[in-house]
Design a protein around this ligand. Structure first.
Ligand SMILES: [Zn+2]
Length: 275
């Protein structure tokens, strides 16, 4: 990240396809822009480049697309010379000698340049409907998602399950994230204070990443790869109705929000004093 583009081009092969050769922006315009970040949105990667003009790229790996990153120019040359050169669609070279090559054997991938994110979502409206990546999102993006008209009046116990808000939070992690953040599931998204937004954004990412490390939650008899997940061992509230809260010892409560169970501690998650 932060690398500056020295040259950027579609290969001759790519230009045989209309989706590469009929773009709003010439790929050579990316020269001298800096790669700010690559954001994952569902199956799409959104590249943000900043410079004299800012650009946004919609990238989809399709079924067979892949990226290769090289540190040295020689490695790039080797890649371009070898047998698989017929798969190369996009080449980006950076000022520090490193490079990035997009290969796509079966041509289902996309590498589409736009002058703004708005133009991108006009062309690909589905992208705008995909929520933040629950495993990794910025506080800034989380805050703006909370402030969206369709989100700000919703109770968090309902909103956290909406995949257009944050993708990847299931029913278990909804309850766990709120408990960790010490926030009531009844709390309305638009009413969150800055401190609460900070805590919630952190706890969602922590909970989802902990779940991966532990092999995911096991629900009833569901088994994945024949190894039962150990995640339920660290569940603080999910499935623990009437058991003591690990933080304040009050009884965990189960409520129904939008037909789904929410588990929480009415004592400490409501901002009341711990006992
Ligand atoms: Zn509690």
């Amino acid at each position: 990240m932060g690398k500056k583009i020295e040259s950027s081009y579609f290969t001759e092969l790519a230009l045989k396809y209309s989706r590469y050769n009929s773009q709003e922006i010439k790929i050579s315009s990316l020269k001298n822009t800096n790669l700010k970040q690559i954001e994952r949105k569902g199956k799409y990667l959104i590249w943000n480049l900043i410079g004299k003009n800012d650009y946004t790229i919609l990238n989809h790996l399709g079924m067979t697309g892949s990226f290769n990153i090289y540190e040295k120019k020689k490695q790039l040359q080797n890649h371009l010379n070898k047998e698989k050169k017929n798969y190369v669609k996009v080449v980006l070279e950076f000022t520090d000698e490193s490079s990035c090559v997009f290969d796509d054997m079966r041509n289902f991938g996309r590498f589409h340049l736009f002058s703004s994110y708005e133009n991108l979502t006009n062309r690909y409206p589905a992208v705008a409907k995909i929520g933040l990546d629950g495993f990794n999102f910025s506080l800034e993006d989380f805050k703006s998602a909370l402030e969206l008209k369709r989100n700000k009046n919703k109770a968090l116990g309902i909103l956290l399950l909406d995949q257009r808000f944050v993708a990847g939070i299931g029913n278990i992690y909804k309850s766990e994230s709120l408990w960790r953040a010490i926030i009531s599931p009844y709390k309305i998204a638009g009413d969150l204070k800055h401190e609460e937004i900070l805590r919630l954004s952190k706890s969602i990412q922590e909970v989802l990443n902990d779940a991966i490390i532990d092999g995911g939650s096991t629900i009833k008899n569901f088994k994945s790869n024949k190894v039962e997940g150990k995640a339920q061992e660290w569940h603080a509230v999910y499935g623990k109705e009437d058991l003591p809260c690990l933080r304040c010892n009050a009884k965990i409560k189960r409520i129904i929000q939008n037909k789904r169970s929410t588990f929480f501690c009415e004592n400490c998650q409501s901002g009341k004093k711990s006992r």
